[in-house]
Design a protein. Structure first.
Length: 147
């Protein structure tokens, strides 16, 4: 299964009033500007942010935009917009967002294939999931350099 682990930040200092819905916890996803959720409890807000991330990523895919690679919490902690809150991680299975799969035939050096399989197995991934994730991260890293 192809998964991305996203940082989620919650500023718990006060209540968030969003239209007529009041909630105690607001959660934003720093790597996905405009992606946020809220809930009456932190657990509920984190569960809701998974759906918000899925919707946000689906919108990026529909618009032909790349899915950005999540950055580390350390990267975001230096941003004053995220001071005073708490950090959590949520995992999103991006395979259900990417549409149908297609079988392809590729040729790789056996040593590289063995390294990929070892890494994928150690991280609970499949070979296909590993290749897909590596390609997505590579493309995102190259596109962020050119922007």
């Amino acid at each position: 299964m192809l998964r991305n682990r996203w940082s989620a930040w919650s500023g718990i200092g006060g209540r968030i009033d969003w239209n007529t819905h009041e909630s105690d916890y607001g959660v934003t996803v720093p790597d996905l500007p405009g992606c946020f959720s809220a809930g009456d409890t932190l657990d509920e807000a984190l569960q809701q942010v998974i759906e918000a991330i899925e919707c946000h990523l689906e919108g990026l895919l529909v618009d032909g935009e790349p899915i950005p690679s999540p950055k580390t919490v350390e990267y975001h902690q230096s941003n004053p917009d995220y001071a005073g809150g708490i950090w959590a991680f949520v995992t999103v299975d991006v395979t259900k967002l990417s549409g149908k799969t297609r079988r392809v035939n590729i040729t790789l050096p056996e040593r590289v294939l063995n390294l990929m399989d070892k890494y994928a197995t150690e991280h609970g991934e499949s070979r296909s999931g590993f290749i897909t994730q590596a390609a997505i991260e590579y493309i995102a890293s190259r596109e962020s350099v050119t922007r």
